[in-house]
Design a protein around this ligand. Structure first.
Ligand code: GRF
Length: 212
């Protein structure tokens, strides 16, 4: 007998506005057969934990006290996340590098959100760097998480134009708006079984946007 609901774990570190988008657009949406079964946070006291609690979603804090403990921390992540048997693990503003110890436990099931059109502007300051470079277009990428930071195959990408006179705040607000929509759409497509890896070309993901 199959399980009724597609099970999602969301990994967060801070504000959790993308978690909130997933709660509103996926978890609490009757039209999508998916539920967030656990929120894992890298920082105690983060706003994201309050958002999860308000939605009645269980939470766990898995912190990294010292960078030398990364492998042990990743084993703890495996235990905590493996226990809830996720179909998909979503890094939505998770700000800590994970190793193969974690990623290999969930092959092709961990996705990450990044505020640029990868491979441009990987790393922590993608929105600011795009503005400083003077590019006309930046955007949002949802991609498969791999050990190389911001390096896995892209799943969905959407451009965000940079306007004359843009400030960091104005651009960040538009990028975040696209993030909220694109990540929700991506998780919905996964829940509907519409995302697969191209066997002939493993860096390409096949997206079946279907008719709906
Ligand atoms: C997002 O811009 C995400 O792309 C980046 O961190 C930010 C998290 O924002 N990795 P929030 O915590 O979801 O509000």
């Amino acid at each position: 007998m199959g399980r009724l609901m597609f099970r999602v774990v969301v990994m967060v570190s801070g504000n959790g506005s993308n978690l909130q988008a997933l709660i509103d657009n996926v978890h609490a949406n009757d039209k999508v057969d998916a539920q967030i079964v656990l929120v894992v946070c890298s920082k105690d006291g983060a706003m994201a934990l309050e958002r999860a609690a308000a939605a009645g979603i269980p939470t766990e804090v898995v912190a990294l006290a010292d960078p030398s403990e990364r492998t042990d921390r990743d084993r703890r992540l495996n235990e905590v996340i493996g226990r809830v048997e996720p179909d998909l693990v979503v890094m939505a503003g998770w700000m800590s590098i994970v190793t193969g110890t974690f990623l290999d436990a969930f092959p092709d099931r961990v996705i990450n959100l990044h505020p640029s059109l990868l491979p441009a502007f990987p790393g922590m300051h993608a929105i600011q760097e795009a503005l400083e470079w003077g590019v006309r277009l930046t955007g949002v990428t949802v991609h498969i998480a791999e050990e190389a930071v911001d390096g896995g195959p892209p799943i969905l990408q959407e451009p965000v134009p940079i306007l004359a006179g843009d400030t960091l705040e104005a651009l960040a607000e538009r990028v975040h708006g696209v993030e909220h929509r694109l990540l929700s759409h991506c998780v919905t497509l996964y829940a509907q079984g519409r995302i697969t890896r191209d066997p002939a070309q493993p860096r390409r993901m096949i997206i079946d946007e279907g008719g709906s």
